[in-house]
Design a binder for this molecule. Structure first.
Ligand code: MCN
Length: 787
């Protein structure tokens, strides 16, 4: 299929109007992605490219006694081998950006200085003619370690006085703390409530398993500086971080990010690999490529989640929730990477979920452990919070003998209450929770469900419900719309799609704003030399801030085009109407009917105006050109919401869990492309089910990563997943002109509590920690039988 061909059939099928926005336009990028034509970082090979391999720490915590690179350097085709001593002697500071913690600890060095703080930390690099020789040579580097005691559990690291300490400046291993809500008011709420329930839970540690591991190519030109081609979710963010680590100005770094094969958060921040590729390129004066192996990616992270939480709910006998409190230890790993180390602050903000709770208090300690750095993994704090609240509600329902749906219903924030301010500092822009919940319940047949013992195949049935909210948007984004002299439109955005389909959705938005055929719109992202400074793709923000930025730019472009048309037609611009690519003299207002356009004898086409904009005959007060840039900033956040419901069947003899139904109802305001929204929900739910059922980064007590490959880290496969059914409600966000909210993380937020609630319902237990492997479930059943 020709990707530029506009699929009118798909549009007509889903849309009430002939607008592109709101239609299920098929993804124009897919032909290239699916046919293998698309080019990723590792596909690029500038002439003379050589390859970099890391020597990684074999220990979780150890002093570095000696590093001997001589054998590696003596090998054929090896160009160089470097350690921290070389970086220290160079003009580069060689440290990633400081993570902004309470404690004054040194930022992550690109190569270990005198101590390693996690298994797999880069200790040295070797550069050779090809990647195989580089890896062989890396294996020949001799490193002498003096092992130290490790600590991998964040609660132990913070509370056990015997636990090894990672940094002098953090005697209790606490990197930073965050307190949200009102402690006294919450204590009062607990004292006044009829009952209290509590739960201890672990939010399992995860790793992004993007199809494409991280990769970078560093190039250096003494006149032009660095060009770094990198797998990035945030090219401008990477430019800033690379400039910091390399010790140069931002203007000396160009970041290019071609196609990116998934990110899920871990390509949004800075790692030693891209910095060392650039550093070695300057050192050796040749392009240097680094492509992580799957194990390298798993060892170095960034990982996600890894919380230990004690949470309590104060409830009255009639089901009124009076208060919630949570105390959490959140691992940041061996150093804490950028904003990832401050993630706990965001975590507590969503603890109110969809409920009107008068008092909430949350205290979070972010803790150093001898493990890979933790940063954002799809959801980044929001899944952790919603999991706490949605689990607590099921425990409370059990305590009260009340249906968990009924308990939820009694506490939902009412649609009249928006904007709604929670006690933990979130202001929800809009919401109408009950219709979405009812849709999910009806779809899954909640009222007619059989109880846990009703099945005749010997398996136990359970139903789980999870409501959620998701904060989306935030920060500014750039969007440039440039009309070319022939009327084609080039759109540039500071976000960077790595699977989300921005090429299609931005084209839909701009095509509508300019009333142009979608195949005349091209969308580009990912090159800091071509694109105005932007922020990037994470936090389900691109549609809100990037989408509004490109639309606002298109509107500014159209306003200028109208002025040019007015001059050409010899009238005031207020008298110019515009429809479907034609400017025409209309009455005194600026809307023009179809008849007026076809009947008018004074019209000028969009193409003619584009030509004039770059040619002669422009009025003196208009500068040539037809383009506009917008830096769009959202005031607050838009809160997506929904209800996910699932039905499980558990085999009591083996602990096997089958997800028989999974139904997701999501509300992300106006949908630019319902087909893409559905795909985003499918992907998110698959990952949420992955966390609930299979995924667990595991470390040995000595800090050795046990899940170094996909053999031992359980990413869900297609056959492990149910058919995911979806529906939606539409509650526009009043905060932005398009009325949109983000959808990219909804599934990862809602699925874990929905699945765990269902399994607990089936087993008639109050809690079992994720992942719900056969072993975990079987043990939960055995424990229950012993009681
Ligand atoms: N969309 C829409 N209407 C809306 C909201 C979104 O049509 N109301 C469309 C958008 O136009 C866009 C897509 O849905 O094409 C996702 O938009 P949005 O929710 O704004 O999220 P972002 O584009 O900012 O993507 C980030 C989000 C995050 S944070 C992670 S992590 C994630 C995700 O998206 N990682 C992904 N989805 C992923 N999908 C793939 N394939 N791979 C990843 O790594």
């Amino acid at each position: 299929a020709d990707p530029s061909e506009h699929d009118q059939e798909a549009v007509d099928e889903d849309a009430d109007t002939d607008a592109y926005t709101g239609s299920g336009e098929k993804r124009r990028e897919d032909a290239a992605l699916l046919s293998g034509r698309a080019e990723y970082t590792d596909d690029r090979e500038p002439p003379g490219t050589v390859h970099l391999a890391f020597v990684r720490s074999e220990h979780g915590h150890a002093d570095l006694e000696e590093i001997d690179t001589s054998a590696a350097e003596a090998m054929d085709d090896v160009l160089g081998a470097y350690t921290w001593a070389d970086v220290e002697a160079s003009p580069s500071p060689g440290r990633l950006q400081p993570p902004g913690l309470d404690r004054d600890v040194p930022a992550h060095p690109v190569l270990a200085t005198d101590r390693v703080r996690y298994h797999g930390q880069p200790v040295a690099v070797v550069v050779a003619e090809d990647r195989y020789r580089a890896r062989d040579a890396a294996a020949a580097v001799d490193v002498e370690y003096d092992p130290l005691e490790a600590v991998v559990d964040p609660e132990t690291a913070a509370t056990d006085s015997e636990a090894p300490r990672l940094f002098e400046a953090a005697p209790d291993n606490i990197a930073t703390t965050a307190e949200l809500g009102d402690r006294d008011a919450t204590e009062e709420a607990f004292a006044a409530a009829d009952r209290t329930v509590s739960i201890d839970l672990e939010n399992n540690r995860l790793i992004s398993s993007a199809l494409e591991p991280r990769a970078a190519i560093g190039e250096f030109d003494p006149d032009e500086g660095f060009t770094v081609t990198v797998t990035s979710q945030s090219p401008h963010g990477h430019r800033r971080k690379l400039a910091h680590t390399l010790g140069v100005r931002e203007g000396e770094v160009r970041v290019v990010s071609p196609r990116v094969g998934g990110g899920f958060g871990h390509k949004g921040h800075h790692h030693p690999g891209e910095a060392m590729a650039a550093w070695c390129a300057r050192e050796l004066e040749v392009p240097v490529k680094w492509t992580a192996t799957r194990s390298g990616n798993y060892l170095e992270g960034a990982h996600g989640r890894d919380h230990r939480t004690t949470a309590e709910l104060a409830i009255d006998d009639d089901g009124t929730i009076r208060g919630l409190r949570a105390e959490t230890y959140a691992s940041v790993g061996g150093y804490g990477l950028g904003s990832g180390a401050r993630m706990p602050v965001r975590y507590g903000r969503l603890l109110s979920s969809q409920y009107a709770i008068d008092a909430i208090h949350c205290e979070t300690r972010a803790v150093f452990t001898t493990t890979a750095p933790i940063h954002s993994y799809r959801g980044a704090g929001r899944p952790e919070a919603i999991y706490v609240t949605e689990r607590l509600i099921d425990v409370a329902a059990d305590e009260l003998g009340l249906d968990p749906v009924e308990l939820r219903r009694r506490n939902l924030i009412s649609p009249e209450a928006f904007p709604y301010e929670t006690p933990v500092g979130a202001t929800y822009d809009s919401g109408d929770y009950e219709p979405a919940m009812d849709k999910a319940l009806e779809a899954i047949g909640y009222d007619e469900r059989t109880d846990a013992t009703g099945a005749d195949d010997g398996r136990l049935r359970g139903v789980g419900i999870a409501n959620y909210v998701e904060s989306t948007g935030g920060g500014f984004e750039s969007g440039l719309v440039r009309v070319l002299p022939d009327g084609d439109v080039a759109v540039y955005a500071g976000t960077h799609s790595h699977g989300q389909g921005h090429e299609t959705t931005y084209a839909q938005l701009v095509a509508d704003a300019l009333e142009r055929p979608i195949d005349r719109i091209q969308v580009s992202e990912g090159d800091t030399a071509a694109i105005p400074t932007g922020t990037g793709t994470f936090g389900s923000r691109s549609t809100i801030v990037g989408g509004n930025a490109v639309v606002e730019s298109a509107e500014k472009v159209l306003a200028k085009a109208r002025r040019i048309a007015a001059t050409e037609l010899g009238v005031d611009s207020a008298q110019i109407g515009y429809e479907d690519g034609t400017f025409a003299v209309s009455g005194a207002n600026d809307s023009v009917s179809a008849e007026a356009v076809s009947g008018a004898d004074e019209t000028v086409s969009f193409e003619d105006i584009a030509d004039t904009a770059y040619g002669w005959g422009l009025p003196d007060d208009l500068e040539p050109g037809l383009e506009s840039t917008t830096f769009y900033d959202l005031d607050g956040a838009a809160y997506t919401f929904g209800t996910h419901a699932c039905v499980v069947a558990v085999d009591p003899d083996t602990g096997d869990v089958e997800l028989e139904r999974y139904f997701a109802v999501d509300d992300c305001g106006e949908r630019v492309n319902p087909l893409i929204v559905e795909g985003q929900v499918h992907g998110g739910v698959a990952q949420g089910i992955g966390q609930a059922r299979y995924e667990q980064v595991a470390y040995d007590d000595d800090g050795t990563l046990l899940t170094e490959t996909m053999d031992s880290y359980g990413v869900p496969r297609a056959a492990d997943l149910p058919s995911i059914e979806t529906d939606s409600t539409v509650t526009p966000s009043p905060l932005n002109e398009l009325g949109v909210k983000g959808i990219g993380e909804a599934g990862t937020i809602a699925a874990p509590p929905a699945v765990v609630n269902a399994v607990c319902d089936a087993l008639d237990i109050t809690h079992v920690d994720m992942p719900l492997t056969e072993e975990h479930v079987w043990r939960a059943i055995s424990d229950q039988n012993e009681e």
